[in-house]
Design a protein around this ligand. Structure first.
Ligand code: TRP
Length: 332
């Protein structure tokens, strides 16, 4: 039996943080052993919101270096730049011919963007879902690892696939399903005691894989804490539970147990806990940061990775596109 095909796109924005690492990335790394995976950097999609990006390739290669450093293997998964696969654009055109203004205007992410930026409502933004459908269906992917915010886009992908199939009396496209990144993965909390680590909680409460040791230490020492437990075995307030969550991912079980015991008999000193957490966090992040730095300065290596990804992706894409063109009735 052939393997399921997995495809997902990564927006080339910002630096990778601990939340991405334990969320999306761990999931990708696990999947690369199990499925036929296509992971690409969505640098066409970037233009929908940043029509004149200053450093589109620089941003893309920063993400690439981080993903490789964190364990994505270009020999196992196909890792490529969206803009290296112009076949996607032809499929996007075909989907656009049968995508309706009404359904595109009803997409939540579109409505949000219109509200945020009423002066830049371009056709690319409107057709974000058809481009995304093309990304996925160009490889006939059946599984798409994305967060909740992308589920509506996935539903549109199924709509476009189904519509194409029925218009041209074919079963060429599968109906891909989102696979949430929820299963078995730790949600990394922000350091300010509320919400998930990531952009919305601000840079000070987010640990980036590229943070220097002094920065990591400073961020952790500033993390929010309360006044401390007053009764034995008290339930921990969210900000304290969060520090323990972080500790569980970077420290040894003995260390976690040690501080848990101290908390439970009201002898904990948060300063000590944070110092330990900071050291364990540095020990975790520092090798990653070093590998990212090394890779980032190794342009020939990054090029080799991208060339290999592009060639593998194009083999799959040209196959699909030839079928699509035949089904529609073009000369092949
Ligand atoms: N829209 C996705 C996001 O914002 C990125 C993306 C683009 C994507 N094309 C895709 C994700 C195809 C999965 C499959 O995160």
């Amino acid at each position: 039996m052939s393997k399921d095909i997995v495809c997902s796109g990564i927006r080339p924005t910002g630096n990778l943080h601990l939340g991405n690492y334990f969320g999306a990335l761990k999931n990708f790394v696990r999947m690369q052993d199990e499925y036929d995976c296509y992971f690409f950097i969505a640098d066409y999609h970037s233009l929908t919101t940043h029509p004149t990006p200053g450093s589109i390739y620089q941003d893309a290669r920063a993400i690439l270096a981080a993903y490789i450093a964190a364990g994505l293997d270009p020999e196992k998964a196909t890792i490529y730049l969206q803009s290296d696969l112009p076949e996607t654009v032809e499929l996007y055109l075909f989907f656009n011919m049968n995508a309706y203004l009404g359904e595109l205007e009803r997409v939540t992410s579109f409505k949000d963007k219109v509200r945020q930026n009423p002066n830049n409502v371009n056709a690319g933004l409107l057709t974000y879902p058809t481009l995304m459908a093309a990304d996925i269906l160009i490889h006939k992917a059946t599984k798409v690892p994305v967060g909740k915010d992308q589920e509506q886009h996935l539903e549109m992908t199924r709509t476009f696939a189904q519509r194409f199939n029925s218009m041209y009396h074919t079963d060429l496209f599968p109906l891909p399903q989102a696979i949430g990144s929820a299963t078995g993965l730790v949600k990394i909390p922000a350091l300010n005691g509320a919400g998930k680590m990531g952009k919305s909680e601000g840079e000070a409460s987010t640990i980036f894989l590229t943070d220097e040791p002094s920065v990591v230490r400073k961020k952790i020492m500033k993390a929010k804490t309360d006044l401390g437990p007053t009764q034995p075995n008290q339930t921990k307030p969210e900000e304290i539970e969060n520090l323990f969550t972080l500790m569980r991912v970077v420290s040894t079980p003995e260390t976690v147990q040690h501080f848990d015991d101290l908390y439970n008999n009201c002898q904990i000193r948060y300063g000590d806990l944070k110092k330990q957490l900071a050291e364990d966090m540095v020990a975790f992040v520092e090798p990653l940061r070093q590998r990212i730095l090394e890779l980032s300065s190794d342009e020939p290596q990054l090029r080799r990775i991208l060339d290999m990804g592009r060639d593998k992706a194009r083999a799959s894409a040209t196959r699909t596109l030839a079928e699509v063109r035949r089904v529609i009735g073009y000369r092949n």
